[in-house]
Design a protein around this ligand. Sequence first.
Ligand SMILES: Cc1cc2nc3c(=O)[nH]c(=O)nc-3n(C[C@H](O)[C@H](O)[C@H](O)COP(=O)(O)OP(=O)(O)OC[C@H]3O[C@@H](n4cnc5c(N)ncnc54)[C@H](O)[C@@H]3O)c2cc1C
Length: 443
Amino acid sequence: MPVDKSESVAIIGAGAWGLSTALHLINAGYSNVTVFDQASEIPSQYSGAYDLNKIVRAEYEDEFYTELALKAINRWKTPLWGSNFHQAGYVLATSGAAPEKAVHHLQTALLSVKDHPAFAQGIVPLNGHDDFQKIYWQFSGPMTGFRGYFNRLAGYAHSSNTMADIHKHLAGRGVKFVFGPVEGKVVKLLYNTTRDPAQQRCTGVQVQSGKTYQARRTILCAGAWAATLVPDIGSFVDAKCWSVAHVKLTQQECDYLRGIPVLNVRDLGFFFEPDPTTKLFKLCPLGGGYVNSNKGKGTSLPPSESLTAPKNYIPASDEEKLRRLLRETLPWMADRPFVEQKMCWFADTSDSEYCVDFVPNSGDSLVVLTGDSGHGFKMMPIVGEWVVKLLADGKQELPRWRWKQSEGKGGKEWGDDVSWRVGTTKQIGEVIGEQNRMAKARL
Ligand SMILES: Cc1cc2nc3c(=O)[nH]c(=O)nc-3n(C[C@H](O)[C@H](O)[C@H](O)COP(=O)(O)OP(=O)(O)OC[C@H]3O[C@@H](n4cnc5c(N)ncnc54)[C@H](O)[C@@H]3O)c2cc1C
């Protein structure tokens, strides 16, 4: 049956994927779209993309994602998206101390783009200090054993600004937004009353204030929080977090580093050119990340706010990794204080595959977009197309994006299985507890 585009659609979450979904539904002719977010404004402080910048690159070990990312990059270069996209170039590297796994990942990533026609002439191998210094004349560190390649067809996007701009665009095109911890936070999905699971349908949402909204379709784009509303998602998706830190630069330092390509050292972390407005230089350590698992159920969810990691905090081992990265590249910055540190939550799957599908026992009334696995922001310009297609097709044609509850991997350790991550996944509560105990012992 053809889709009725005047039907009511409720989108839960105005992060990167929820906003993209609203955009593509409107572009496809849907006229009654309402987006809910627990944050009071956009960009949402709870979004994994509430950040200065995110890497936009197309090299993947899996050609499927390479092609998707290339499509997304082409869209980043259009007027709606282009002001937030910076094709500054991208260096993927390993340090001399990198484990074999990181070196292998680097080689496969290079193979995925080296002979791809889209990158012809755009890839430069970097074999040691002198090659790196040709790209980064500002780097005075030893870059001990650094190897990698430069891809000039990649870069980064300003993620908070992108979400703010797309929100403004959508509000101007008639998308309704409901924000805030009371009116915008969805606490419950509504269902029809039936004993027959095959007839069960999601009929809308209830927000914290108690108010209800009826919707023919509900689309769950709640990032790391998805399992709070559909607990079964927690059986194959873990809420996971990584650290983010910044160094506040002077105007002169900021100008000095302007135009550097993104540097991603797989066994240490990555950084971007400084943001000219805030003069913040953003860094992220790489690793298996942290979960917050419920001991009984195994499901990992972001901690409630009162339990969240202390403000302006990252684990000591992550700080050490970032300082090592700076000592190797920009030693003058290596002992500077880190500011605006935070733990940033995303929705992780064991195979890094996204999930874009109808929730079982909901007919075609409830869709979930989850499992961004920490590589979903770059896709923001095209994500909503996948939802439009799903609604039109009535089923997910791509097996890799189907609901995978039967795997039952939620809450299990898979950090070290992911080819592009080095290190195991830890419980965030234990890491914070251990650090607090050590700090007390030093007093
Ligand atoms: C440290 C870090 C670095 C990353 N780096 C990159 C990168 O370099 N490149 C890249 O492509 N990707 C990167 N990512 C991943 C990227 O941020 C995510 O893929 C992207 O944000 C996923 O979008 P989303 O809409 O699914 O979730 P989010 O952007 O997290 O949005 C979810 C939204 O749902 C809202 N919400 C949740 N529950 C409710 C509720 N009950 N009611 C109402 N609203 C609710 C939240 O408030 C939030 O706004 C990174 C992620 C992290 C954490």
